[in-house]
Design a binder for this molecule. Structure first.
Ligand SMILES: C[S@@+](CC[C@H](N)C(=O)[O-])C[C@H]1O[C@@H](n2cnc3c(N)ncnc32)[C@H](O)[C@@H]1O
Length: 458
């Protein structure tokens, strides 16, 4: 791979000739692939090879997964390169915490954080880019995250609305992406010698706001997929100096390196950070730091389980009487236990929002928790997201379908089912995974697979 000359010279200077040679040569080797399995699903994925588990990530495996499979469509797996998997592992939220993923699209880390939260507490996944925030929504839905609100706003707006609010904040920062060069050589086109410093400026702007959203004593995880000290150790040194954060040690698995104090201000605590270099570790490259916000006074262990703000924003409403009846009918016919969260309507859609959702007025929300369905004229239509999120064991009418029927389903076609099936809604199950809802009428399963997601499966 033809790397920029300035890039080679820079790392020869930083790493020394011998180490730099190994680093540069690693770019000519094949990229490493990986995936995580989804612990929120009742059943393990059946179509992937689960023999090569990663040591550093509880849910991780080496290997490649493709998009047009049951495991992928149902959210049973999430494709993620092996070093990126260590970020969620380091962040590792505890159940019932309030967590912010500030730079979240397409959702690799969000889905990983959600794997730990187990749909408890609150996860706000924010993405500043509107188009990318929609992909983030797709991935949170696919993964079956019911405690997650997706917002599309700036760090400044979130910090102004939710100061000192989160137990844990992840800043997986936009960066110069040097760890992407092997996987995606196009990522090199933006690179020049000044680019890391430009990215660092933006990272400091984001972090200034991230710091405000974190409660005293809260945990901040900062990560990049780049090797440049300007965006890694130097950012952390600045954070520690400016805000008095405590740099916490992060476990290093074989092949992981420590942060390098000499590449910043010499603070020996910088060794607590993790560097993942492709010449030492089976992954593309990352930098991760874990920090704690100082507490000027003792933090009272306020359980977020009991916190409950009333309003969500000015546009949400409780269900009206007709909607309540339609929902109650659906719930009685379809669900073995009541739906999680707080139910609110937004226009004609019914949402389940996490119990501890704060007032989000003034923040652009792209996904208000889990969309349960839509009230149409005198009927309720369950959503695709609900059809994927519900565990088959909690549904009164699961319907196992063949792979051939699934192919028709994801293509947007109807398919035949047993003629004796009663008319009504069924949760479709393929290879043990819930794949959405269908309405069965006279032996035909009608298609409700979202138009924008349809594809031709092999
Ligand atoms: C490294 S990517 C995040 C990857 C994501 N965490 C994942 O694991 O899938 C960084 C994200 O930050 C967003 N971003 C860019 N500028 C930003 C800014 N000024 N404030 C917040 N986010 C920004 C980008 O749109 C991008 O989606």
């Amino acid at each position: 791979m033809a790397l920029p000359t300035d890039f080679i010279n820079k790392y020869q200077h930083l790493l020394g000739q011998k180490e730099a040679n190994a680093f540069i040569q690693s770019f000519s080797k094949p990229a490493r692939h990986g995936f995580r399995i989804n612990p929120l699903k009742e059943n393990r994925p059946r179509g992937v090879n689960l023999t090569n588990a990663t040591e550093h990530c509880q849910f991780g495996y080496y290997g490649e997964v493709t998009g047009k499979t049951v495991d992928h469509q149902s959210g049973a797996v999430y494709s993620q390169e092996p070093s990126a998997m260590y970020v969620g592992e380091v962040a590792h939220p505890k159940q019932h915490e309030r967590v912010l993923d500030l730079c979240a699209a397409p959702g690799g880390k969000t889905t990983h954080l959600g794997s730990y939260l187990q749909n408890t507490g609150l996860l706000i996944a924010n993405e500043i880019n509107s188009k990318r925030s929609k992909i983030l929504v797709e991935n949170t839905e696919r993964f079956g995250l019911t405690n997650t609100i997706v917002t599309n706003t700036t760090p400044e707006v979130l910090a102004a609305r939710l100061p000192n609010y989160f137990d844990r904040v992840l800043v997986d920062a936009p960066c110069s992406g040097e760890g992407m060069f092997r996987k995606d050589p196009d990522a090199m086109q933006y690179w020049n010698l000044d680019y890391p410093a430009e990215c660092a400026k933006r990272q400091r702007t984001i972090l200034k706001e991230a710091v405000k959203t974190l409660k005293p004593g809260g945990i901040l995880v900062y990560s990049t997929c780049t090797f440049s000290p300007e965006e890694d150790e130097q950012i952390i040194a600045w954070l520690v100096k400016t805000y008095g954060f405590n740099l916490l040690p992060v476990k290093k698995f074989p092949g992981m390196d420590s942060g390098v104090p000499e590449w910043a201000d010499g603070n020996s605590d910088l060794q607590n950070c993790v560097r993942i270099f492709p010449q030492h570790f089976s992954g593309e490259g990352h930098f991760i730091a874990k920090l704690q916000k100082p507490t000027s006074e003792p933090v009272h262990q306020q359980s977020s389980k009991h916190h409950r703000d009333v309003a969500i924003n000015q546009n949400t409403q409780p269900m009206n009487a007709e909607e309540q009846n339609l929902w109650a009918d659906f719930e009685r016919q379809m669900l073995k236990k009541p739906i999680f969260g707080r139910l609110v309507t937004f226009k004609h859609d019914l949402y389940s929002v996490p119990e501890i959702t704060p007032n989000l007025a003034g923040i652009k929300i792209v996904r208000l928790g889990l969309q349960i369905g839509t009230f149409k004229k005198s009927r309720f239509e369950p959503s695709y997201a609900l059809g994927i999120a519900l565990h088959p064991q909690d549904v009164i009418h699961p319907l196992a379908i063949s792979y051939a029927s699934w192919q028709k389903y994801v293509h947007g076609d109807t398919f035949s089912v047993d003629k004796s099936l009663k008319k009504g809604w069924y949760q479709l199950i393929c290879e043990g995974q819930p794949v959405g809802f269908s309405k069965v009428v006279n032996g035909i399963a009608k298609n409700f697979f979202p138009k924008g997601l349809r594809f031709q499966a092999d």
